[in-house]
Design a protein around this ligand. Structure first.
Ligand SMILES: Cc1cc2nc3c(=O)[nH]c(=O)nc-3n(C[C@H](O)[C@H](O)[C@H](O)COP(=O)(O)O)c2cc1C
Length: 253
């Protein structure tokens, strides 16, 4: 078994990293485009119902109105909302033997993803960088320096992130999955991150917030901001969350 750094999965992450110096030299690949919708023109078509009378369909409006939100009301979210979003991402919901199970699935129940965030506008929480301690459902304060601008800067200067209430950053402890699954483990890591971000998006929608997923960042810079050793742990995904702007003229009382 090769060491982690010799594995294709690990090298793929390093080789696709963005950095400030080379990002402008990246060329569009010589790969032909393809239509967004797969078509089977000769297949028999069966129309699906679009009206749901199911009790469970209360979730429908959350999916229906979800849109990546990049403009936020300058308003704090509550600690309760933050806790709910973190729980939706990775909250422990069951225990069985040595395993703990969470709100989101994970390949082999190995849970390689760690959640960090920059608190920018959260009631009762100093601005700064935090780590979510899943096991104890608590926060580790990593830095009490306002990090809203710093996070936006390392994410290709995507300025909207600086105006969010919270910007989440998800890293992978690569060894957690790859020590069991080798290169295939990298697939599971990426899929796990997707599950977590999706739950965050739904939780944000459910609390009157909106979210925008972000995967464009300078890898080494974002890792450095969080103090991560990229040989072991690297940021893979991010999302900004903030209050959805009220339509003009609407009373919020
Ligand atoms: C993997 C992934 C990476 C993304 N990265 C960014 C990003 O770095 N910046 C950004 O503004 N939006 C980002 N987005 C949001 C997409 O631009 C957005 O989902 C897409 O335009 C469709 O719009 P909608 O989410 O409003 O439906 C990302 C979305 C995904 C799924």
């Amino acid at each position: 078994m090769p060491e982690l750094s010799d594995c294709t999965g690990y090298q793929y992450i390093r080789e696709t990293a963005y950095d400030r110096k080379t990002i402008k030299t990246i060329k569009r690949p010589a790969i032909a485009e393809v239509d967004t919708f797969k078509k089977y023109p000769d297949a028999k078509k069966i129309k699906l119902p679009t009206e749901w009378k199911l009790k469970e369909a209360r979730i429908t409006p959350l999916f229906q109105k979800r849109r990546s939100l990049r403009k936020y009301e300058k308003q704090s979210i509550s600690m309760e909302e933050l806790a709910f979003m973190l729980w939706a991402c990775q909250g422990i919901t069951a225990k069985s033997g040595n395993y703990t199970f969470r709100t989101t699935p994970s390949g082999g129940a190995l849970y390689p993803i760690e959640t960090y965030f920059s608190a920018n506008l959260v009631e009762g929480l100093d601005p700064g960088l935090y780590h979510f301690d899943v096991e104890n459902f608590s926060l580790d304060s990593l830095s009490e320096t306002d990090s809203a601008e710093a996070v936006a800067a390392v994410c290709l200067n995507q300025n909207f992130m600086a105006h969010s209430a919270v910007s989440f950053l998800w890293s992978a402890v690569i060894r957690r999955s790859m020590s069991k699954y080798g290169n295939r483990g990298m697939r599971y890591i990426l899929l796990d991150a997707g599950h977590i971000c999706q739950n965050l998006i739904v939780a944000a929608e459910a609390t009157g917030n909106g979210a925008c997923p972000v995967a464009a960042f300078y890898d080494d810079e974002v890792n450095k901001l969080l103090g991560l050793d990229p040989k072991e742990e690297t940021v893979l995904y991010a999302a900004s969350v903030g209050k959805r702007p009220q339509p003009k003229g609407q009373c919020t009382l």
